[in-house]
Ligand binder design. Structure first.
Ligand SMILES: *Cc1c(COP(=O)(O)O)cnc(C)c1O
Length: 357
């Protein structure tokens, strides 16, 4: 069976070497030496200043909203993973959807201003599939209306925009290190802050608000990552360049051989160094997607409908109509893409799809 993704597992003996350090330290969490080492390596690899590694990629979104969104209206994209919208509601804010750009699939920056009211406090946008939002335009809108900007950058590990880490944009960016993501710690994630002051707020918020054992800076929650997760991250870290370049070969094989007279794929924003995290294709309509998906399933190939449904259609949110996002969600399919995927299998997937069209 070929799944849409497969977690990268490092050689067991290398993972074990990190575990031995945990055993000898007898230290399992609360920012032990492996967590600190992982953070340092990631800071350098990603070329960022302020990073805080966390226990997953969702609590960081909640912390960012808690600190910056002030229970207000949050302008957001309907085309993302459910965690983006759910976090807004979980934090007692109100999601206000703005439709997406039909080719980049990120929030349509030209429609944001129409959605701003006097209750708007923040913009939470997703660099979907690692494709950057129009960060410059969003920044200028945020300045004009005094709004905070949070990026759900769960897909954007290693992405650069204009030679700068994508995590540098906005007030806070979040990432996910879930097992299915490009870089993983089993479960895990990270927070990235624009400045030292925000970094400090993120830091205490992720550790119950503590200022030493007896005092508190403010409200907090537990978003700490454990040494066991850091051990996984450190043993995967070594293979990152290899993982990204193997994915690139697969993406180029899809790009060169799928029938793009009929299909489309995502348009990556100009000046982006992309990370090859996902391979979405767009069919002409949902019917063609479903018939093609069935043939793939018959061949034990399991693509995924990322992202379906459009998030404005979920039962616990208001049902604003988002024509572009709903249309895209109905006919987009992510093809298998992972480090160990054999090029022979990629060619087989391509043939099956081209024959369906
Ligand atoms: C994976 C993902 C998340 C959630 O990350 P977890 O680490 O699973 O909590 C949030 N947003 C997007 C866009 C994601 O793809």
């Amino acid at each position: 069976m070929i799944n849409v993704t497969r977690a990268f597992l490092p050689p067991l003996d290398e993972y074990n070497d990190f575990l031995e350090r945990i055993w000898s330290n007898v230290w399992l969490t609360n920012r032990g030496e492996l967590v600190l080492e992982l953070e340092e390596k990631l800071r350098e690899f990603l070329k960022v200043e302020h990073i805080l590694v966390t226990n997953n990629g969702t609590i960081p979104i909640q912390i960012a909203l808690k600190l910056l969104a002030n229970n207000g209206e949050v302008i957001t994209t309907p085309f993302s993973y459910v965690a983006t919208t759910a976090s807004i509601i979980w934090e007692n804010c109100t999601p206000v959807f703005v439709d997406i750009h039909p080719e980049y699939l990120t929030i349509d920056e030209n429609k944001i201003e129409d959605a701003i009211t006097d209750k708007t406090s923040a913009i939470l946008a997703t660099h979907v599939f690692g494709n950057p939002c129009n960060v410059e335009k969003i920044e200028s809108i945020a300045k004009k209306y005094n709004l905070k900007v949070i990026y759900d950058a769960a897909h954007s590990f290693g992405v650069e925009y204009k030679n700068q880490s994508i995590f540098d944009f906005g007030d806070i960016s979040t990432c996910s290190f879930h097992a299915t993501k490009l870089f993983h710690t089993g479960e895990g994630g990270a927070l990235f802050a624009k400045n030292k002051e925000l970094q400090h707020q993120l830091f205490y918020s992720h550790n119950f608000g503590h200022n030493g054992p007896l005092e508190f800076y403010g409200l907090g929650i537990n978003a700490k990552i454990s040494e066991l997760q850091a051990a996984m991250g450190l043993s995967v870290f070594k293979y990152l360049d290899e993982i990204i370049s193997n994915r690139k070969v697969i993406v180029e094989t899809y790009n060169e051989n799928l029938n793009f007279n009929i299909l489309k794929t995502i348009k990556i924003r100009e000046n982006t160094k992309w990370n090859y995290a996902y391979y979405p294709i767009l069919f002409k309509n949902e019917k063609l997607l479903l018939s093609c998906q069935q043939v793939l399933l018959d061949n034990k190939i399991m693509p995924r409908r990322y992202f379906y449904p459009s998030l404005n259609k979920i039962n616990y949110v208001n049902c604003a109509i988002m024509p572009i996002s709903e249309d895209i969600a109905s006919r987009i399919l992510c093809l298998p893409l992972y480090n160990e995927l054999d090029i022979k299998d990629v060619e087989r997937i391509i043939n099956i799809i081209n024959n369906c069209l």
